[in-house]
Design a protein around this ligand. Structure first.
Ligand SMILES: [Zn+2]
Length: 80
C-alpha cells in the first residue's frame, strides 16, 4: 500500500486545569503505528492528593466527634 511519512507537531494541555503537558509525554513508532505515552498532569495529581487528605481528615474528625458524644452519653448514664 502506498504511504507517506508525515511529521505532525502538536501541543498537549491538561483538559482539567489547562497546564501544558508537552514535557510529560513521549512518542514512539512501533510497526507503523504511532504511539503517544502521557504522564498524568502533576498539578491535578497534587490537587487530588490534597482533596483525599482533606476528605480523610474530615472523616476522622467526624468519627472522633461521634466517639466523644458516645463517651459523654455513657458518662451521663453512669452518673445517673
Ligand atoms: Zn491538570
Amino acid at each position: 500500500m502506498p504511504s507517506f511519512d508525515v511529521e505532525v507537531e502538536f501541543e498537549i494541555y491538561c483538559s482539567k486545569c489547562g497546564a501544558g503537558l508537552c514535557s510529560n509525554g513521549s512518542t514512539k513508532s512501533i510497526r507503523n503505528t504511532n504511539r503517544l505515552d502521557m504522564e498524568p498532569c502533576e498539578k491535578c495529581l497534587e490537587f487530588a492528593a490534597d482533596m483525599a487528605d482533606g476528605e480523610a481528615r474530615d472523616e476522622l474528625s467526624g468519627k472522633i466527634q461521634e466517639l466523644e458524644d458516645e463517651i459523654a452519653e455513657l458518662k451521663n448514664r453512669l452518673e445517673v
